[in-house]
Design a protein around this ligand. Structure first.
Ligand code: ATR
Length: 281
């Protein structure tokens, strides 16, 4: 592309940022809609995050996404945040308002739910029980989304039990902690299983979990999308459980930012999915 003086600008701040698929995703949508816009990878050192965020309006940016390790720190550096971001304690999207102020949002939970609805249309959230594995930043977004979707019970199992208990205290009474060692037995109650840990990701150890006790109709989803079919999803698919991979969450969380910056609500299609998947490693 050749940028003009009118090119709408956005990007993703991360450190490092080279692994991010967001430039490819937004680039696809910009091309598809013929928008005079650019979405750039922005390698921002953690020490420079405040400076970089403050510079966005001065540089004419419409906003940006935030990825590892900036999501929590950025929350305190923007002018206002939405309700989901305040509860999750992190932002992944910044939109520059008409007044030049920075508005922080968290669309990870929305992305998670949209992906779940698209991938497992038979899943009914109200009244259901979920088992969430992990209690880090990603788990917080998932838990808030599940509580808001009306689940009756959200069980959180984490290797470090204090973190799961803290989340139960914060988001209770629907949310409860279960010991990491009891994750296999807790499956018996689950209508939905969500892996939010890094286990199963390329280069990480596998998630050690036998699905023997899982009800046949329970949906299994993994936030890990490299590989696209984790060992957890493969095991669930083999025993006939509905499975939802993690790539869709990345695609769906990006929709509100793109709409705000570039003025068109993009669609999550098979074509954009293929394009993002075809990224060089
Ligand atoms: P994210 O923002 O992606 O959630 P995070 O906040 O670093 O990343 O959280 C990583 C999660 O993966 C945590 O729940 C972590 O468990 P701990 O809280 O006990 O660290 C979990 N995790 C990472 N490696 C793990 C391992 N080898 N076994 C079990 N859980 C692991």
């Amino acid at each position: 592309m050749i940028a003009s003086g009118r090119t709408r600008l956005a990007g993703v701040m991360g450190w490092p940022v080279g692994h991010s698929r967001s430039p490819r995703l937004h680039g696809f949508w910009l091309d598809h809609h013929g928008i005079d816009g650019a979405y750039l990878p922005l390698a921002v050192h953690p020490d420079d995050l405040g400076l970089a965020l403050k510079a966005l309006p001065a540089l004419g940016f419409r906003g940006c996404n935030l990825t590892v390790p900036h999501k929590e720190a950025a929350l305190a550096l923007v002018d206002r945040v939405d309700d989901a971001a305040a509860r999750i304690g992190a932002i992944n999207t910044v939109i520059i308002g008409a007044d030049g102020r920075l508005e922080g949002r968290n669309t990870d939970g929305l992305g998670f739910l949209a992906n779940l609805r698209a991938g497992a249309p038979g899943f009914t959230a109200p009244g259901a029980t979920a088992l969430v594995l992990g209690a880090g930043g990603a788990a917080r977004a998932v838990i808030v989304a599940l509580v808001d979707a009306g689940l009756a019970r959200v069980l959180v199992a984490n290797r470090s039990p204090a973190k799961a208990e803290a989340l139960a205290g914060l988001f209770g009474p629907v949310v409860g902690a279960v010991p990491w060692a009891a994750r296999g037995t807790a499956l018996a109650e689950a209508d939905l299983v969500v892996n939010t840990t890094s286990l199963g990701m390329v280069g990480q150890p596998p998630l050690d979990l036998s699905l023997a006790g899982l009800p046949a109709a329970a949906v299994v989803t993994d936030l890990v999308y490299a590989p696209l079919e984790t060992a957890l999803l493969a095991a669930a698919r083999r025993r006939g459980n509905p499975v939802v991979d993690g790539l869709g969450m990345l695609l769906h969380q990006a929709v509100p930012g793109f709409a705000a910056w570039f003025g068109v609500t993009p669609e999550v299609t098979a074509a954009v999915r293929r394009f993002v998947l075809a990224a060089p490693p």
